[in-house]
Design a protein around this ligand. Structure first.
Ligand code: FES
Ligand code: FES
Length: 1019
């Protein structure tokens, strides 16, 4: 075969996929996002046809003597290749850039007609996943719409004019041509002292590591026999708990290491979740390492699993960590005023419990680390958001001094909080220190799902009360969170979930009680929003419901109760908050969104009587910096030959900080942004930096950059005034920000939706988010961040869920089982900036990495409520669950907003015996004369199951009745299938025959059992 016009070196191995063959040959623009043909990151052209090379046998390409084109050769090989790459640059259709080569390879093969008419683009792009952009900029690239002038960075004169300019990312050309180097792309990364530019095909020599993982959710390891594995050809070493350093650590990385429980070992003798590391094998190849893993014999003493937080907190539950009595990983209890009094003063009270699920970051680049010894120095190149904190943790773990360890990241393929953890670096460091040889560990996509971290699932109960005039009198939140097997971020996430969601509203009586429990499930961790999306879903849904019950417009209710600029936030602790709100822009953003929703923009509702249209909003607040400080340091120096080199400790993982830092430095130095070269994420290049988390890349690291650049500008202005400067040596300056002055920022999301009451389908007709970002330094970057945040949150709101079986096993182990949104799944989101300037941020800027995620789910739930009357209590709002809720609500008025519907009424009637049941049923019929006319959904056994045939016949007759719709959502005859739609969902036909509440079409509705109404066919 030929690759990019050259005869391919080497012969593929049997079973080798084309992607691996190409990467081993040095074509590193071919990325690995999965191993299953799900993500599109590995797309190449085989004889001009785009294929996912991870599922294409390399031998097949060789046998047909195929012409292979990768991103590196696209511009030469394809007539539209260069044009598509240019379009991606002009639209800035990337953030981290990991998906971009595959996207471009697919887009280049779209027929030109599709690009013009766009009719087929969503289908054509459905095999390509982007986790960062939300596809808005990618759509623009495909439509030929430019967001930036690619040459603008060079042409701008400098000074403050660069602030507010939509400049392209400096790495744009490298990203679209496949030259951008992610961790696994470093062909020879251990060559000291620098790693850039060392892509030398065929020179890879790192040992490969694979991990043996626990098959039990909870067990004690009696013994491990690795003798066979050690004898396997190519195996260099096997590590078990006997080799682990004795110290415990937290995989979570924070400015203050004391924020997280030290409960994790590099290799532990106790396994606490299905998928925990048990042993590590390093070998010449990953195939050998994998084969050797299978030869390790482990003798487990299986212990009881604890797979839910209520079970974990129950008396007598097995204790999972010696230092955590009662399995409590973290707790927050606060109160101000008197909630009982506040509720008593309220004219209307609402209480509801809102459930949010486990979701995964799905950064397209999986966790990867490569370690080596540079002399005696341990060097780890890794995809991390926190290089300095990782270095510090490795020093503590292995007893090394800081100057004995270097940690660096170059380009990071998405993080979203998932790389604010030390999940691969520790075990790689152990192997490097023991073997003295370079070692690489690249997690698979399955390991990402089963053995990294997720968002904390939470059950949040909110009680809110208000007077008729719309004044909030009580706000109470009770949270139960599941931190999984380890307490990484348990405290931080719990704290934040209870903080801004409560401080956003003025209320004299507040109370928070929150607990995070250890369970024997995959650990939770940091994730964009950091607990506030879960709490925001609950609080913003409750506030909305309260407003509706009061008969007040939900936006007006918020206007009345949100804190005003300058008002001191009250977090229910009784202590003064350390957050400045003079620039608080929630109300401005709220006005922008309500105006946008009223404007008539967006799509028209689909035709058909089944569609109900409504709109909803949600407001969430975020403090701009984590409490307790956050180091940011920058160093800037004159570059020989002109321009400047800026070294910052924070990491670029698609969050746009590199572009923003360049603009801040150019503003201070009065130069063109193109004259500032930014290098980030290397513990050898700048002073200590706490890293890229907590939305600090702009406000903390950016402030450090601005201060360093201003200091250098002063030195330059003073050049020649002192004798020391005469030598003309390059000047250099440093800047520091301690991240202690915090302010608040807000995002307001609005949706207009159409909901099918027949199927539960939600169509988003309009999506708009307004952000209180202070001074907008780069509107293109900011818009991309917001679009990406909204898209990721829509995935979590609508369909994403990491499912865990009753035995603690993660059952969503591949992208196709998890459903990350693709282009076809998402609407465009209009992004609006609420004008403002923050006195604390650099040149008035506020952060916007995490915040756009938080209001999305509640805004969508509120829009669904507005359209249909159904209040959504649990995420994701999948079509089937919404259908069930709609079916219950089809009954008149009886549908209480706490979720109780007709079946509950029947329960009440039944509870005191048959006579009362009959009276109750008759009374209900009188109360609800429409009862006999409502539709019912018939669910029950399939045609071939006992009772199924009669039920099917009866259901068919029912479906023929006037006003009853034919079944939707399941095939007739299938067990549990729906044969007639809407109304009360009746899940069971078993049980005793009770006095009926009504009958139609041969179906008699009977009393219920538990929470399920029963139904029997008339015989
Ligand atoms: S790596 Fe091939 S489709 Fe994901
Ligand atoms: S830019 Fe698409 S995955 Fe990051």
């Amino acid at each position: 075969m030929r690759v990019n016009g050259e005869v391919a070196d080497g012969t593929p191995r049997p079973g080798q996929c084309l992607r691996t063959f190409l990467r081993e040959a040095g074509w590193l623009g071919v990325k690995k996002g999965c191993d299953a043909g799900d993500c599109g990151a590995c797309t190449v052209h085989v004889d001009g046809i785009p294929v996912h090379s991870c599922v294409y046998p390399a031998l097949r390409a060789a046998a047909r003597d195929a012409e292979i084109t990768t991103i590196e050769g696209l511009a030469r090989a394809h007539p539209r290749g260069r044009a598509v790459q240019d379009a991606f640059v002009a639209a800035q259709a990337f953030q981290c850039g990991f998906c971009t080569p595959g996207m471009i390879m697919t887009a280049a093969c779209l027929p030109a007609a599709d690009l013009g008419e766009r009719a087929d683009v969503p289908r054509a792009m459905k095999g390509s996943i982007c986790r960062c952009t939300g596809y808005g900029a990618i759509r623009d690239a495909l439509d030929g719409i430019a967001r930036v002038d690619p040459a603008a960075a060079e042409g701008l004169p400098g000074g403050v004019d660069v602030i507010g300019a939509g400049l392209p990312a400096p790495a744009s050309q490298d990203i679209v041509t496949g030259r951008a180097e992610f961790t696994a792309d470093a062909a020879n990364p251990w060559s000291p002292p620098e790693t850039e530019g060392l892509a030398q095909p065929g020179s890879r020599e790192a040992l490969q590591m694979r991990l043996l993982r626990s098959p039990h959710p909870h067990a004690w390891i009696r013994s491990i026999d690795a003798s066979l594995a050690r004898q396997y050809p190519g195996v260099v070493a096997v590590f078990t708990y006997e080799d682990s350093p004795s110290g415990l650590f937290s995989t979570a990385r924070h400015h203050d290491p004391g924020d997280d429980a030290r409960d994790t070992a590099v290799l532990d003798r106790v396994v606490r979740f299905h998928g925990q590391r048990v042993a590590a094998v390093v070998a010449d190849t990953s195939r050998a390492a994998e084969a050797a893993c299978a030869l390790i014999v482990v003798d487990y003493e299986v212990r009881p699993a604890v797979t839910g937080p209520r079970q974990a907190l129950a008396p007598g539950a097995p204790r999972l960590h010696a230092r955590a009595p009662g399995n409590v990983a973290a707790k927050v209890h606060r109160a101000t005023g008197d909630v009982a009094r506040g509720l008593a003063e309220a004219d209307v009270v609402f209480e509801g419990t809102f459930l949010s699920q486990r979701v995964q970051h799905v950064a397209l680049e999986t966790h990867t680390s490569i370690g080596w010894l540079a002399g005696a120095r341990l060097t780890i190149r890794t995809g991390t958001q926190v290089p300095f904190l990782t270095r510090d943790a490795l020093c503590a773990l292995f007893g090394l001094e800081k100057d004995q360890v270097r940690v660096l990241a170059r380009r990071v393929g998405g993080g979203f909080g998932g790389k604010q953890e030390m999940l691969t670096e520790d075990i790689v460091a152990l192997a490097v220190l023991r073997t003295g040889r370079p070692v690489q560990l690249e997690l698979t996509r399955e390991e990402e799902f089963t053995a990294t971290t997720t968002r904390h699932p939470m059950a949040v109960t909110v009680r809110v009360g208000a007077r008729r005039d719309g004044t909030l009198t009580a706000l109470q939140m009770t949270t139960l969170a599941d931190t999984g097997a380890y307490g990484n971020h348990a405290g931080g996430v719990l704290f934040h979930s209870c903080e801004e969601s409560v401080t956003a509203y003025r209320c004299p009586n507040k109370r928070v009680d929150a607990v995070s429990a250890y369970t024997t499930t995959v650990p939770a961790g940091a994730f964009r929003g950091y607990g506030m999306s879960q709490a925001g879903f609950a609080v913003e849904s409750a506030i909305d419901e309260l407003a509706r019950r009061l008969g007040i417009d939900p936006a007006d209710f918020r206007r009345r109760n949100l804190i005003q600029p300058g008002e001191m936030p009250d977090n229910a602790s009784g202590e003064a908050a350390d957050v400045e709100t003079v620039s608080h822009g929630a109300l401005r953003a709220l006005d922008l969104v309500t105006d946008a929703l009223a404007s008539g923009r967006g799509d028209l509702a689909p035709d058909g009587a089944q569609w109900r249209v409504g709109s909803g909003i949600a407001v969430t607040m975020l403090d701009t910096i984590p409490p307790g400080g956050h180091d940011g340091r920058a160093r800037i120096k004159e570059r020989p030959g002109g321009g400047y080199q800026l070294f910052v400790g924070t990491a670029e993982f698609g969050n746009g900080t590199t572009t923003v830092h360049r603009q801040l430095a150019a503003a201070a130095l009065g130069c063109s942004p193109g004259q500032v070269e930014v290098r980030s994420s290397d513990t050898d290049s700048s002073g200590h930096d706490s890293g890229a988390y907590g939305s600090t890349g702009t406000v903390v690291a950016g402030t450090a950059t601005l201060r360093a650049a201003r200091a250098l500008a002063e030195l330059i202005a003073a050049r020649g005034l002192s004798e020391d400067d005469q030598a003309g040596k390059p000047l250099e300056a440093e800047g520091y920000c301690d991240g202690r002055a915090r302010s608040a920022t807000s995002c307001v999301q609005g949706f207009r939706v159409a909901v099918s009451v027949e199927t539960g389908e939600i169509r988003i007709l309009q999506s708009v988010q307004a952000v209180d970002a202070g001074t907008v330094i780069n509107p293109v970057q900011l818009r991309g961040q917001v679009e990406g945040g909204v898209a990721q949150a829509l995935g979590a709101a609508l369909f994403e869920e990491v499912r865990v079986s009753g035995g603690g096993l993660v059952t969503t182990r591949a992208l196709r089982e998890y459903h990350v949104p693709v282009l076809a799944d998402l609407p465009r989101t209009e992004v609006l900036f609420a004008a403002g300037s923050d006195p604390l941020g650099p040149l008035g800027a506020k952060p916007m990495s995490e915040a756009p995620f938080n209001p999305v789910a509640p805004a969508l739930a509120n829009a669904v409520r507005d359209a249909t009357g159904v209040r959504v209590y649990s995420l994701p709002m999948r079509r089937d669950s919404l259908f069930d809720a709609l079916a219950k609500l089809a009954l008149p008025e009886e549908a209480a907003p706490d979720g109780a519907t007709w079946p509950q009424s029947l329960r009440q009637g039944r509870s005191a015996g048959g006579a009362r049941r009959a009276r109750g049923a008759s009374r209900r019929r009188r109360r609800h004369p429409g009862l006999e006319r409502v539709h019912v959904a018939v669910r029950g056994p399939g045609r071939r199951q006992p009772g199924g045939r009669q039920l099917a016949r009866a259901a068919d007759r029912l479906a023929e009745e006037p006003g009853v719709r034919a079944g939707q959502g399941a095939r007739p005859g299938r067990p549990g299938g729906v044969r007639a739609a809407a109304g009360v969902v009746l899940r069971d036909v078993a049980g005793a025959d009770h006095p009926g509440a009504g009958q139609r079409g041969g179906i008699r509705l009977v009393a219920d059992r538990g929470d399920r109404a029963l139904l029997r066919p008339l015989r």
